[in-house]
Design a protein around this ligand. Structure first.
Ligand SMILES: [Ca+2]
Ligand SMILES: [Ca+2]
Length: 467
């Protein structure tokens, strides 16, 4: 089974009302949904909103990936102002541009915000982290200062989520640039490649693809970063595909990453851990995935490489690895048998939309004392492909997933980030401005209903239940 039955039971009540009503039709529309949430469009037409955080005065600070801007959005009215524009940002249709942002823990005194984006270094595309200082009089940020430059970048799987930990260090998710698939299928995947001492000394960060990095606020390497294969670098964890979500709950770090044709992952990240990609997708179970190094296949550029297992190519079984060297995910979305139909004709040319994945893009935490009782101590995950929020309840020690996954707030859009309001009563969702997803009937949709929007779903226990 692709999904547990309970997932559908929960969602149908909510979905039914969404389909029946013109929800989220236009900016400012307040449209009743089924109890207990109402939904509205706060703002629309942003230039690919990618990351959002709460500002010190309770506004949303949002990066526009293609707009190359950091903007302030009033969460009550949707009014927006520009805080910073960065001309140097190199944009692309999907993965390149201004990405994550993080407020310095000492913002009140330092006024610093950290941002991460792709840029051109000569002809080479790279990825960097900068910081900029807030000018309260001008209500704008000043010229950014480089913190860490020369991180690899490319046209696919950039990662890009940025977060401060309770340890005062910065964490950055870095994808493996989509190597070994699609247009980049003949480039070797280096998510398992480790930096050498010589590379670190030369500030050659080429092995940072497919990793989560841990970085001092001045760009340096923390003294207590893991020594992996005898080398300490910015690398905190290894073996990721396209990690786009990062979350601390207390001092516990979680991530979500996009799997190949199955096995999107929720991971609990531990220092020095190896999360398996591309040798392993999801659990070490040989289900619907085996690694093929296309760069070593004769005539690679002439073969229409795909990400699931072609019967006629040499592949490496997951179970041939030493299991003790790898960390398995907390949860997958979803693990399916090798016999799964990856080419369901109802998805036409966009067959990947029928694969057993949700394309997770971010995650946030619903706290144990939040007013939505059923949601307490849960992780919320935004889905690009399905335009929905998935809720994963956690165990009491907040380290394991527990219970059924439920799905909420589906619309024919791609959800880039989910953010819980500070009072726990509202859920904010950023949408992509373009791309492919699934419509109300679970069929391919190439026209986003609310491009570049921020939605607000408000908990409304007093609202009448939907019939
Ligand atoms: Ca993994
Ligand atoms: Ca597997």
């Amino acid at each position: 089974m692709l999904m547990k039955k309970s997932l559908f039971i929960c969602c149908f009540v909510f979905l039914a009302s969404l389909v029946a009503m013109p929800l989220l039709a236009a900016q400012g529309d307040a449209v009743p949904t089924s109890e207990p949430f109402t939904g509205k469009v706060l703002v629309e037409g942003l230039d690919a909103p990618w990351g959002a955080i709460w500002s010190p005065d309770g506004h949303l600070w949002v990066t526009e990936r293609e707009g190359k801007r950091l903007i302030d959005v009033d969460p009550a009215t949707g009014a927006k102002t520009t805080l910073l524009e960065i001309d140097e940002v190199k944009t692309g249709p999907q993965h390149e541009g201004l990405l994550g942002l993080a407020l310095a823990p000492d913002f009140k005194t330092s006024g610093l915000i950290y941002l991460t984006y792709t840029y051109l270094d000569g002809k080479d595309e790279k990825h960097k982290i900068v910081r900029a200082k807030y000018d309260p009089a001008a209500k704008k940020f000043g010229e950014p200062e480089d913190i860490l430059v020369g991180i690899p970048a490319g046209s696919d799987h950039q990662g890009g989520r940025l977060l401060f930990g309770p340890d005062g260090n910065l964490y950055l998710t870095k994808g493996e640039l989509g190597h070994n698939q699609g247009a980049n299928r003949c480039k070797p995947n280096e998510a398992q490649t480790l930096p050498t001492a010589e590379q670190v000394a030369a500030k050659d960060w080429s092995a940072y693809v497919g990793k989560v990095l841990r970085i001092k606020p001045d760009g340096g390497i923390p003294d207590d970063n893991p020594e992996i294969n005898g080398v300490r670098s910015h690398v905190f964890t290894v073996g990721h595909r396209n990690p786009q979500g990062l979350l601390f709950i207390g001092d516990q770090l979680f991530s979500v990453e996009q799997g190949p044709s199955t096995d999107d992952e929720l991971n609990h990240l531990e220092s020095g851990g190896n999360y398996g990609w591309p040798l392993i997708a999801g659990y070490i179970d040989d289900q619907a995935y085996a690694y093929i190094d296309w760069s070593k296949v004769d005539g690679c550029d002439k073969i229409a490489g795909d990400v699931y297992i072609p019967a006629d190519q040499p592949s490496v079984k997951e179970t041939s690895q030493d299991k003790s060297k790898f960390k398995e995910p907390v949860r997958t979305f979803y693990t399916v048998p090798t016999t799964y139909n990856f080419k369901d004709p109802k998805f036409g040319q966009l067959s990947y939309l029928g694969w057993a994945t949700i394309a997770p893009s971010s995650l946030d935490y619903y706290p144990p004392d939040g007013p939505i009782k059923a949601w307490q101590n849960s992780i919320l995950i935004s889905s690009l492909k399905n335009g929905a929020i998935y809720r994963v309840p956690l165990s009491g020690d907040q380290k394991q997933a527990q219970g059924d996954i439920t799905k909420y707030f589906h619309t024919p859009n791609r959800y880039r980030q989910v953010l819980v309001s500070q009072d726990g009563k509202k859920i904010y969702v950023l949408t992509d401005k373009a791309g492919n997803g699934l419509d109300e009937n679970g069929l391919p949709n190439q026209t986003m209903k609310n491009p570049g929007a921020i939605f607000v779903f408000e908990y409304a226990p007093q609202a009448a239940p939907a019939k």
